[in-house]
Structures are given as structure tokens and as C-alpha cells.
Design a protein around this ligand. Structure first.
Ligand SMILES: [Ca+2]
Ligand SMILES: [Ca+2]
Ligand SMILES: [Ca+2]
Length: 196
């Protein structure tokens, strides 16, 4: 079982992520109404100095077997102090996208699946959604019935993930109703499942 190898790495990665200056996964939008064409993963540099992503790789992990179904090398990229970097598959639908890692639709599986940021053999950050993946607790669910809904750390610099209005490339925004209710889980939106 390959999945048995993953939990320790993920646990170690989460421990590593708390080190000051470590780039982290700050937001993910993997599901939209209709075909998933506006998917993105956002990285954040909470440090006071620019962070080079040389040697960093973003991996998307299949929750069914722990395999990496997509990966993107981030060599040559830099995130400014306190800045964000957006990885997407469809820049026409994610105008603030910094790096197109394709494909344009169904870039990110809808879960239960996971993503991790790795560098030099360390998992710097890892998140799972829609259920536990290889021992990693779920950060929640993106609702395909709600346009512009994403899961984001609030605050971006290491806070817990919450369902919120998508802000690819920017800090989380103060939430007007009904978004504030969504973030607390008090407002349960009808779910319409789709694939991809
Ligand atoms: Ca998707
Ligand atoms: Ca969404
Ligand atoms: Ca954001």
C-alpha cells in the first residue's frame, strides 16, 4: 500500500511549514459551477524578505492511491515579501494567474485529494480536501454551486482554511453576508457534485 508511506511525510511537512519564512499553500479553488475552468492554487510568502522557489515543486496527490497525478516545477520564480503566487490552468478565467500549469479544465481533482509543496526532500506544506487523505485532515469542501467560492487560510500567513470568497493573488477580504455565514459553516449551501 503506497498510502502507508505518505502520512509521516505529510506530518513532517506540516511541522516544517511552521518555520518562519516558509512559503505555504494559502488558497485553493478546485471546483466551480459547470466545468471547472477557474481552478487555482495560491502560494503565500509570509516572510519579510523575498522567497526564491528554486527547487520547489507543487504536487497534486490522488487521494485514492497517494500517487502524484500532476506536478509543477517552480524554479526561477520568486514571491515578494508578504506576496502571493497563483498557479492555474486557465489564465483567461484566472486573470491574476502567475504560472499556467495546465490543463485549462479539470486541473485539480475534486477530492478527496491533496496538494503539497515540496523542496529539497521536505514537504513545506500539504492540504487535503473533501476528506482525509493519507492521514492528512480535510480542510473542508469547495461548493460547486457557489461561484467564486474557495478555501483559504485566514489569515493567509498560517491561519486555518475556511470557505471564503476567492482572492487569487491577494489577501483574504473581509466577508460581507452571506459569505461571513459561509465561513462559519452556519450557512449550508446545496451541493451539486461534479467530476474533475
Ligand atoms: Ca476540479
Ligand atoms: Ca470554488
Ligand atoms: Ca488569496
Amino acid at each position: 500500500m503506497r498510502r502507508s508511506l505518505l502520512p509521516l511525510a505529510l506530518v513532517l511537512g506540516l511541522a516544517a511549514r511552521t518555520a518562519a519564512g516558509t512559503v505555504l499553500i494559502s488558497e485553493i479553488d478546485y471546483d466551480q459551477p459547470g466545468a471547472d475552468e477557474a481552478e487555482f492554487i495560491e502560494l503565500h510568502n509570509p516572510d519579510g524578505a523575498a522567497a526564491s522557489l528554486d527547487g520547489h515543486v507543487l504536487e497534486l496527490v490522488n487521494g485514492a492511491d497517494g500517487s502524484v497525478y500532476r506536478s509543477a516545477a517552480l524554479d526561477g520564480l520568486t514571491i515578494a515579501a508578504g506576496g502571493f503566487l497563483v498557479l492555474c490552468g486557465n489564465p483567461a478565467r484566472v486573470p491574476t494567474c502567475d504560472l499556467d500549469i495546465g490543463p485549462a479544465t479539470h486541473l485539480i481533482q475534486n477530492g478527496p485529494d491533496a496538494a503539497r509543496l515540496v523542496a529539497a526532500g521536505l514537504v513545506l506544506d500539504a492540504v487535503a480536501w473533501e476528506g482525509v487523505v493519507a492521514g492528512l485532515a480535510s480542510i473542508g469542501s469547495d461548493d460547486p454551486a457557489v461561484a467564486d467560492l474557495a478555501l483559504a487560510r485566514i489569515p493567509a500567513a498560517g491561519g486555518p482554511f475556511r470557505p471564503t470568497r476567492a482572492t487569487p493573488g491577494g489577501a483574504p477580504l473581509p466577508l460581507p453576508p452571506p459569505w461571513a455565514l459561509l465561513a462559519t459553516g452556519l450557512l449550508l449551501m446545496p451541493r451539486a457534485r461534479d467530476r474533475g
